[in-house]
Design a protein around this ligand. Structure first.
Ligand SMILES: [Zn+2]
Length: 328
């Protein structure tokens, strides 16, 4: 099996153009790939090939000044690039059959997939991919939450930066040099360790993938999928055990129980779609006793605020509604 380090450069549109394209495509397009750079490594992490191609964007045809300054790619170079379908075909040939992608950071593969979808290109062959950032963190100081730059990792291994950065091929090459210092097999084997194990995870109301978004958060919260969910394990209806807890950052948590599978947390994280409607990432996981305690504690605090609205200084609106109700 080969390892392929991948890096992309992408063009961004000026705000007005971006909005127009989003409307036309009915999806959010964060950028259009203008360079694919990749380096192939053998199983023992020796460099055995490289790939670079300039791609001509389909929608964001004018190179953004910042992108040009950062990457050194000019409007003329971009105009002379190949189309994405052509690039995809030649890149796939370079990758071969037996490989996994290694990237620095989580952004490149989703960006490439978004771009492929716009052109109706197959994306499944991009699925086998590992982000080296957490592998690096785990194998160095164990600080899993940190997002270290590629420059940081290069300094860590004393790799000289002897080529300009923000060139997709150079960055893929630097990524390959960092990878050669890591135990990649071990990194892949333990890649998902320590992650929260969700029983299910899905998105509702995702306008980017063609669904209808929810006009209000209330409408979303009243969806039967949220109101009366089924157990992801035994598929039977779950019983509500407590109220919905609303936390900062449009997060919602509610405790349910299943006769055969015990207590389960349903959590929601709401996001705005490009057209201002709402979508939510829904997850269901086993509820651990300490998390139930924390959740019930927060609900109790919320309930005490509702009983004594005066004690919540920021809640003036609620106070007014309440006293209005008293008079009536
Ligand atoms: Zn169940």
């Amino acid at each position: 099996m080969y390892y392929i380090t991948l890096d992309l450069e992408w063009n961004q549109a000026y705000a007005q153009k971006a909005l127009a394209v989003q409307k036309q495509l009915s999806l959010r397009l964060r950028g259009e790939v203008i360079q694919i750079g990749a380096v192939k490594l053998s199983e023992d992490l020796k460099i055995c090939g490289s790939y670079s191609i300039i791609v001509k964007p389909k929608h964001f045809k004018k190179i953004h000044r910042h992108v040009s300054e950062l990457t050194g790619i000019s409007q003329e170079q971009m105009d002379e690039g190949v189309t994405l379908p052509e690039a995809a075909e030649s890149f796939r040939r370079f990758c071969g059959k037996d490989f996994v992608f290694l990237t620095w950071g989580p952004d490149d593969i989703p960006m490439l997939k978004d771009n492929f979808r716009i052109h109706g290109l197959e994306t499944a062959w991009l699925d086998a991919t590992y982000d080296l950032q957490p592998i690096f963190n785990r194998q160095t100081d164990g600080q899993m939450a940190k997002q270290r730059s590629l420059e940081y990792a290069m300094e860590y291994y004393e790799i000289p930066m002897n080529l300009p950065a923000h060139d997709a091929l150079n960055d893929a090459y630097f990524t390959a040099l960092v990878a050669s210092h890591l135990n990649i097999k071990e990194g892949i084997r333990t890649y998902h360790d320590g992650e929260t194990q969700y029983l299910v995870e899905f998105v509702i109301g995702d306008a980017d993938s063609g669904e209808d978004g929810y006009v209000t958060t209330g409408e979303l919260l009243e969806d039967p999928l949220i109101q009366s969910p089924t157990c992801p394990l035994c598929k039977k209806a779950l019983t509500e055990k407590n109220k919905m807890l609303h936390s900062r950052g449009q997060r919602y948590t509610k405790l349910f129980s299943c006769k055969s599978d015990g207590d389960l947390f349903l959590t929601l994280k709401l996001h705005r779609n490009f057209n201002d409607t709402w979508r939510a990432k829904v997850t269901i996981k086993h509820a651990e006793p300490e998390d139930i305690k924390e959740y019930e504690g927060k609900l109790a605090i919320e309930a005490s605020f509702k009983r004594n609205p005066r004690s919540r200084r920021s809640s003036k609106k609620r106070h007014r509604t309440r006293s209005g109700g008293d008079k009536a």
